[in-house]
Design a protein around this ligand. Sequence first.
Ligand code: UD1
Ligand code: UDP
Length: 367
Amino acid sequence: MTEPQPLVVHITGARPNFPKAAPVIAALAEHPVRQLLVHTGQHYDERMSEVFFRQLGLPEPDVNLGVGSGSHGAQTAAIMVGLEELFTAERPDLVVVYGDVNSTVAAALVAAKMLIPLAHVEAGLRSFDMTMPEEVNRLVTDRLSDLLLVTSPDAIAHLGNEGVHPDRIHLVGNPMIDTLLRHVEGLDTVGVADQVGLDRTEPYVVATLHRPGNVDDPADVAELVRAVHAVADQVRVVIPLHPRGRGRLEAAGFMDHENLLVVDPLGYVEFLGLVKGSVAVVTDSGGVQEETTVMGVPCLTLRPNTERPVTITHGTNRLVTRDSLPGAVTEVLAAGRAEPGSTPVPPLWDGHAGPRIAAVLARSLGL
Ligand code: UD1
Ligand code: UDP
């Protein structure tokens, strides 16, 4: 009788997980393993979830836990309960988690308690800001992981400082960039400009905002509205607005500026098409800092810190405050976009992270 192939379970749930998981799942299909894709249901709107499965060629999730939104405790607990049942039934040989969202840490906790080997894709990033829920998720997930797959050299140093044995750390590059590089040539910048209602000839800035530090507290929201309006005084701004904070932004008069175009969240190819054609991006997203770096689009990150400093040292990113944002936009508009290919890109962000990760996972399974 032949041995059954080992079972690898991938945990996804929130928007940024999908472009990270897609190249890993595709590359692992070349190895003799069975794969099971779990969607926790943390994100569930068509534009926050399903559109990525269609556009990125991800397989349909084998399981959707359908947990939906909730407080951190309620959401994390619901995911843990669902995964414990699933892992008890399926007995995975390896669980793979992505990034730093609640679905990531919930799965890590369950796998660790059930003594199931755990691999963390995008390990070792640190903002050193414990007010960010993601930083808590990163620390706990990394502490529990057997395989730490890192996207940048600074992450190796952080894990080393935390006592992780070097044998468990693998610098593999950035799978989110594999997905970007697969799509970037085909992005339709003009089509998406038309679709969202931009005039094709006018320069525009793309903004995305969803961090609790910007959109949860009404005092922060009021400052944010002033800062973004001061940008819209200078240049057309288009914002595919994340559902978090939409109500608070609306109530604070965010939408009341004629040069500000607020649209629903966009699909992956539409969003990146918009970014590709923009003069600059203003964001508090993690992934968008990385994508703009590779696309050579100036990125102004509206946060006091970043867990992705490599996008500053080897990319186009710059941290700004709500006060300094309007002036930073003036400078970026004056400087214009750099020549394509002239800005640096971090090491191994080359489109081949997926196969490297798959090779590490397969080796860990004795294949
Ligand atoms: C989560 C992640 C964050 C990540 C972001 C990516 C955590 C702790 N946070 O933040 O790290 O940057 O996803 O987008 O995991 N909502 C909808 N429709 C949806 C999903 C959410 O309307 O499909 C609304 C709900 O009101 C919900 C709120 O957005 O309460 C927040 O959703 P949640 O998943 O808790 O956190 P995010 O802010 O999306
Ligand atoms: N994104 C998208 N549509 C949008 C905004 C973002 O497809 O309207 C993509 C973006 O290109 C990146 C991912 O969503 O691939 C980042 O997710 P998000 O900013 O929600 O999360 P973070 O990276 O901050 O955790």
